[in-house]
Design a protein around this ligand. Structure first.
Ligand SMILES: [Mg+2]
Length: 217
């Protein structure tokens, strides 16, 4: 377990189900579109497509990675299609914006979705201006989290030193490699016991507020 946030200069935030509540179920809409895309692209039934979508997510980290590996599918049309969702359910979060903006160092968003999706969602949440960078799966040559090569690519691109960084994620799998690279890890979501998880919270805003008050005063 690593503690202390004084050395943290790089704040890395996942997007979906991390920077908004999973109760909004936005990602469920994306899953529906993914299933539809798989169904059409591979000419299979909806039930088969749904099974395959989940299977690829488990085996490769994302559905897209499975489609690319096993069917040689082009990534960009898929990414464009599955992110065409309504963001009406998202509301601006002024407090979270203030807290992230006030963090010492640089904050970025890193998602297995696309940069476009990251910019849309953070704009809808009123969080657009507190991040210095938005990174999607396309910036890691379409290699997704949780693969080590994905983190290495993004951290290099964003000039992030893992030992001076912390990462916030709702998917525990995506904390394994960052932990091995020396980063502090925060699971945002229901409790999971694992050696690679340094901190856990279901309240991102509250967690960041505590860090700020502990390191500043
Ligand atoms: Mg997520």
């Amino acid at each position: 377990m690593r503690n202390g946030f004084e050395n943290i200069e790089h704040w890395v935030f996942d997007l979906d189900d991390t920077l908004y509540s999973p109760e909004i179920s936005l990602f469920d809409e994306i899953k529906v579109l993914m299933t539809r895309y798989v169904q059409t692209a591979l000419n299979i039934t909806e039930a088969e497509a749904n099974t395959l979508r989940k299977h690829y997510w488990e085996k490769y980290g994302t559905t897209l990675a499975g489609l690319m590996a096993e069917h040689d599918l082009a990534p960009d049309p898929f990414l464009k299609y599955v992110h065409e969702i309504s963001l009406d359910a998202l509301t601006p979060d002024v407090e979270l914006n203030n807290i992230i903006s006030a963090l010492d160092g640089r904050a970025i968003v890193y998602t297995n979705g696309s940069e476009h999706h990251a910019r849309r969602v953070t704009t809808a949440r009123g969080l657009h201006d507190c991040f210095s960078g938005f990174y999607g799966v396309e910036h890691a040559n379409y290699v997704p989290k949780p693969q080590k090569a994905a983190f290495e690519a993004i951290f290099e691109l964003a000039n992030i030193t893992p030992k001076n960084g912390i990462i916030f994620e709702d998917d525990p799998r995506n904390l394994v490699e960052p932990h091995l690279m020396g980063m502090q890890t925060v699971l945002v979501g229901p409790r999971v016991e694992a050696s690679y998880i340094d901190h856990q919270t279901t309240d991102l805003t509250g967690f960041l507020r505590n860090i700020s008050s502990n390191t500043n005063g």
